[in-house]
Design a protein around this ligand. Structure first.
Ligand SMILES: CC(C)(COP(=O)(O)OP(=O)(O)OC[C@H]1O[C@@H](n2cnc3c(N)ncnc32)[C@H](O)[C@@H]1OP(=O)(O)O)[C@@H](O)C(=O)NCCC(=O)NCCS
Length: 221
C-alpha cells in the first residue's frame, strides 16, 4: 500500500514539513507522509485534546495497561484519576486522547508537563534537560497496539512541546519496556540516567513492593 500525503495527515495538512518533523515522522505510523510505505493496513485514528468525558474510559485503560508486563502494577481507580487531575492542575500540561476515527471512543492517551514538576526525575538531569517537557504517561488499549497509536501520540506531543517553547523532551520508562526505548531511540534520544525505584506489583498472587529500574531518555523536540 502506498501511503501518500493525500491521506488525512495532521502534519502535512497543518504544518510545513520541516527537518524536525521528518525526524518525528520517521517513527510515526503510515498515517503520515508515506515514510514507511509498505506497512500493512492501519486502523484509522484521530488524536485530539482530552475532554472530561474521556476520563472514565481512560482510567480503566490506564489501570489495565500498567497491570501488564513489564509493570504488573496495582493501581486503584482513585490513583489513576489523580494521575489525570494532578496533570490538569499544571498550567503547561497537555493531555492528548487517541480515538477511533470518529473521534468518540478513546483508544489511548498521553500526558505531558514540565519535567521540573517531577523532583525525582529532574534531580537526575543536568543542563538544558532540566527545562525539558516530560512525557509522564503514554498508554494504548491492548486491542489497538502495534498500529502506531503510541508513536503518533508521542509525535504530536513533541510538536505541542516545541510549540510551547520546550527545546528538550524527556521520558522515563522501565529498563524492561523495549517499545518505548525503541521509539525514542529512533528519534535520536539518549539514555541519560538510570534510577532504582520500588513499585507495588502483583507477584505470585500477592501485592509486594518490588525493586524496579527506570531509564530516563532525553532528546530535542
Ligand atoms: C508501549 C505502548 C504505549 C505502545 O503502544 P503502541 O500503540 O502499540 O505502539 P506503536 O504501535 O506506536 O509502536 C509499537 C510497534 O508497532 C510498530 N508499528 C507502528 N505502526 C505500525 C503499523 N501501522 N503496522 C505495523 N506495525 C506498526 C512500531 O514500529 C513498533 O514496532 P517495534 O515494536 O518494532 O518498535 C503500549 O504497548 C502500552 O500501552 N503498554 C502498556 C503501558 C506502557 O508500557 N506505557 C509506556 C510507559 S513509559
Amino acid at each position: 500500500m502506498r501511503v501518500s500525503c493525500q491521506d488525512p495527515c495532521l502534519i502535512c495538512a497543518e504544518v510545513q514539513l520541516s527537518i524536525r518533523h521528518k525526524r518525528v515522522v520517521g517513527v510515526l505510523s503510515g498515517t503520515f507522509c508515506g515514510f514507511w510505505p509498505n506497512w500493512p493496513e492501519r486502523k484509522a485514528m484521530l488524536v485530539r485534546k482530552f475532554v472530561p468525558s474521556d476520563l472514565e474510559t481512560l482510567v480503566s485503560m490506564y489501570i489495565g495497561s500498567f497491570s501488564e508486563p513489564p509493570w504488573y502494577e496495582v493501581i486503584t481507580r482513585e490513583e489513576a484519576e489523580k494521575t489525570f487531575s494532578g496533570a490538569m492542575a499544571y498550567e503547561e500540561s497537555v493531555i492528548l486522547t487517541g480515538t477511533d476515527d470518529d473521534g468518540n471512543r478513546p483508544i489511548g492517551s498521553a500526558i505531558m508537563f514540565a519535567v521540573s514538576r517531577r523532583h525525582d526525575v529532574v534531580s537526575l538531569l543536568s543542563g538544558e534537560d532540566r527545562e525539558a517537557a516530560y512525557l509522564a504517561e503514554v498508554f494504548v488499549h491492548s486491542d489497538h497496539r502495534h498500529s502506531g497509536v503510541a508513536s503518533r501520540l508521542i509525535g504530536e506531543m513533541m510538536i505541542n512541546a516545541a510549540a510551547m517553547g520546550f527545546r528538550r523532551f524527556a521520558v522515563r520508562t522501565s529498563v524492561d519496556q523495549p517499545i518505548i526505548r525503541r521509539i525514542f531511540g529512533r528519534l535520536g534520544f539518549s539514555e541519560v540516567a538510570v534510577d532504582s525505584v520500588e513499585s507495588m506489583k502483583l507477584v505470585g498472587g500477592a501485592i509486594r513492593s518490588v525493586p524496579d529500574r527506570r531509564v530516563i531518555m532525553c532528546g530535542d523536540t
